[in-house]
Design a protein around this ligand. Structure first.
Ligand code: CUA
Length: 366
């Protein structure tokens, strides 16, 4: 017989187990998690809604099956547990046709039924949107930032990391990589899609409301994989049009000349970055296009906010702010090449204030 202590210990173990299960389950259900702008349970567009409409019923089917299996396991373990003084061996049987057929057919039927909406969803999401309302953007995964080229208007224009899209219009992305495999993922707008060198993939995203939707590279792509985030800004049609116009608008001649004749002449920035945009002669596209970099909310793969002190630290010693391992041809450590803090701040101020469409949006520029 179990003594009182043993029974108490068993009871306590069971109680802890049940409490743990309740905590885990309540974090899954009851509410849809934090509003962190990258929550798959907060769909904000048709593609994301299509996915969650498939996910939700399957989730509950899986919960019912999982709970039944766990409950049956507990029931059998308790009901047929060893009891002191009682000698009981299970009856040995061989083969039970009814059981074996049913536990083969039932899972087969469940999976067959689930395959129907799954395949339909895959085809629905893969459909190429057509019509004048479709926005076309070519996405290129780099180590480690995202480059976007808007290809609808003649000549197109480039931007990096921060993608602006009009609401209620399908945005058809062509995904390329010039190096390794990345994965483009904005959880509240669409599923993830691999970005493969030499094999362009496509993905349609769409937002049903204005807002900011965060995303990130979802495929390990090197040492700064975690520093390859992105942001999608969904805007009303008029706000979007104004943004497109601002990105294509050339910088004043004196501003552009300051970059080429002063800054780049000294530090060689133009071998990777360009200060022109929206023309055939766009310049270097190795690093992010800087023509309107001051308009973006963050930089360096969305890891630092677009602020004077952050930008200064970055220009002074970029490798110290974002690891690049053995990758060749990356942003150099200018502090080791004779750049002073004051030099870096001067360049940062230029990029922040002189390239911004509305410099007064930055307190440091007022
Ligand atoms: Cu790009 Cu991970």
């Amino acid at each position: 017989m179990l003594d009182r202590k043993q029974r108490l210990r068993r009871g306590a173990t069971t109680a802890v187990g049940i409490a743990g299960a309740v905590v885990v389950l309540s974090s899954c259900g009851g509410g849809t998690g934090p509003d962190n702008e990258q929550n798959t349970l907060h769909p904000a567009g048709p593609a994301a809604h299509t996915i969650i409409n498939l996910f939700s019923p399957f989730f509950w089917v899986a919960v019912i099956i999982g709970a039944s299996v766990v409950a049956a396991t507990f029931y059998v373990a308790i009901r047929f547990r060893e009891r002191p003084g009682v000698e009981r061996n299970p009856v040995l049987t061989h083969g039970n046709a009814v059981l074996e057929i049913s536990w083969t057919i039932v899972p087969f039927l469940i999976l067959a039924v689930m395959a129907v909406p799954t395949v339909a969803t895959i085809f629905k999401l893969a459909k190429v949107p057509k019509g004048p309302e479709v926005v076309h953007i070519t996405v290129e995964g780099r180590q480690w930032f995202w480059q976007y080229q808007y290809t609808d208007k003649a000549d197109g224009f480039y931007t990096a990391n921060e993608m602006h899209i009009p609401i209620n219009r399908p945005v058809f992305l062509t995904l390329n990589s010039n190096n390794v495999i990345h994965s483009f993922w904005v959880p509240e707008l669409a599923g993830k899609k691999d970005v493969v060198p030499g094999h362009p993939n496509t993905l349609t995203i769409e937002a049903s409301r204005p807002g900011t939707f965060l995303g990130q590279c979802a495929e390990y792509c090197g040492i700064s994989h975690a520093n390859m985030r992105l942001r999608v800004v969904a805007q009303t049609e008029s706000d979007y049009d104004a943004w497109v116009a601002s990105q294509k608008a050339p910088l004043p001649a004196a501003t552009a000349a300051k970059f080429t004749k002063e800054i780049s002449a000294k530090w060689g920035c133009a071998s990777c970055h360009s200060i022109t945009n929206g023309s055939k002669d766009v310049g270097a596209t190795i690093g992010p296009n800087l023509a309107r970099v001051g308009d973006r909310a963050a930089f360096a793969g969305e890891i630092y906010p677009m602020k004077l002190d952050e930008l200064t630290k970055w220009i002074y010693d970029a490798p110290g702010r974002k690891p690049h391992g053995d990758l060749v041809g990356w942003m150099p450590n200018f502090s080791a090449n004779g750049m002073t803090q004051a030099d870096a701040e001067g360049i940062a101020k230029y990029l922040l204030c002189d390239t911004a469409t509305d410099p007064s949006s930055h307190p440091e520029c007022r």
